[in-house]
Design a protein around this ligand. Structure first.
Ligand SMILES: [Zn+2]
Length: 266
C-alpha cells in the first residue's frame, strides 16, 4: 500500500513539473526560424544562447515560439553581472536572483556586496560638509512594496479617484511588487522623497561624486520616456564603479546601457 502511495506521489510531482515548466513559456513569444532568431517585440536579433535557454524549457521541443509583443522581455539575462540587473515595469526581478542583505542600521538593509560602498559614500559626503545626507529608504521586501503600492492607491481613491485612475497615478511613482529596484537591495532613496532635494548641496555633490562609489542617478529628467518613471532626484542605484563611470560618460540611463552592452557582446 505504502509503495502504491509513493508511486502516486511521484506521478503527481512529475505531472506538476510538466505543467509548470510548460507554463513558464506561455508568456514568451519568440519566432525562431532555423538559424534566424528574431525578437518580434523590438525587431532585434537575440542571441542563440538566449533562444537555447528558452527552447530548453519547451516541453515538446518545438522550434517555434512566439514573442509577446505587448510585453516584450528584454534580453537582460545575457549580461551576467548582478550589479546590472535591470528591474522595471517590463522586467520583474528574475526568479533566481539571490539577495544577500546586510544591515545599515536597525531598520534598514542593503545588498551585502555593495553596503561598504554605500557607507563610504555617506562618509565622504559628511567629510565634504554637504549638509545632511542619509539613506532614507533602501531595501524593501516584495510584500512591503505591495503594501506601499496598495496604500497609495487607497489614498488616491479617498481623494475621489476611480480605481483605474488611482492605479495609473500610483504607477507614476511607485512600482508594483518585484518591479522596484528597492526589492533588489541595490537602490537608495536619500533624505526626503521630495523634488526640492535637487536644490540641495548634497544632490550637487552626489552628481559629481556618487559614481566614485558605484552609484548613478537612476531616473533622470531627460530619460523619462525610456525609464517610464518620473524624475526622482532622491533615487540612486548601485551598479559598481566602472559601470557607473561608463554610464555617465555615455550619458545613458540603465536601460540604454544594458542594451548597449547586449549589442556589443553579441
Ligand atoms: Zn526609490
Amino acid at each position: 500500500m505504502k509503495s502504491f502511495l509513493r508511486i502516486i506521489c511521484v506521478i503527481i510531482i512529475c505531472v506538476a513539473i510538466f505543467v509548470f515548466s510548460g507554463m513558464r513559456i506561455k508568456d514568451i513569444d519568440i519566432i525562431t526560424n532555423e538559424n534566424t532568431f528574431f525578437n518580434v517585440a523590438n525587431n532585434e536579433n537575440i542571441s542563440k544562447e538566449a533562444i537555447d535557454n528558452i527552447n530548453n524549457n519547451i516541453v515538446e521541443g518545438n522550434s517555434i515560439i512566439l514573442l509577446n509583443v505587448e510585453n516584450p522581455i528584454k534580453t537582460n539575462q545575457q549580461i551576467n553581472d548582478w550589479r546590472l540587473v535591470l528591474v522595471n515595469l517590463e522586467n520583474p526581478i528574475p526568479e533566481n536572483f539571490q539577495i544577500e542583505l546586510a544591515n545599515i542600521d536597525s531598520s534598514r538593509q542593503f545588498d551585502a556586496r555593495a553596503i561598504d560602498e554605500l557607507n563610504a559614500l555617506l562618509k565622504a559626503a559628511k567629510a565634504a560638509k554637504v549638509g545632511d545626507l542619509w539613506a532614507q529608504s533602501t531595501y524593501r521586501s516584495a510584500e512591503k512594496q505591495e503594501e506601499i503600492f496598495n496604500n497609495k492607491i487607497n489614498e488616491y481613491m479617498k481623494m475621489g479617484k476611480t480605481r483605474e485612475e488611482a492605479e495609473e497615478l500610483t504607477r507614476k511613482y511607485i512600482n508594483e511588487s518585484n518591479t522596484s529596484e528597492h526589492n533588489l537591495g541595490l537602490a537608495v532613496d536619500f533624505n526626503y522623497i521630495n523634488r526640492d532635494f535637487e536644490k540641495s548641496k548634497a544632490f550637487t555633490w552626489l552628481n559629481e561624486n556618487a559614481e566614485k562609489y558605484g552609484f548613478i542617478l537612476r531616473y533622470r529628467k531627460d530619460k523619462v520616456d525610456i525609464t517610464k518613471v518620473n524624475y526622482e532626484p532622491w533615487h540612486w542605484r548601485y551598479v559598481g564603479v566602472e559601470h557607473a563611470q561608463k554610464i555617465n560618460e555615455l550619458d545613458m540611463c540603465l536601460e540604454e546601457y544594458v542594451e548597449f552592452l547586449e549589442n556589443n557582446n553579441s
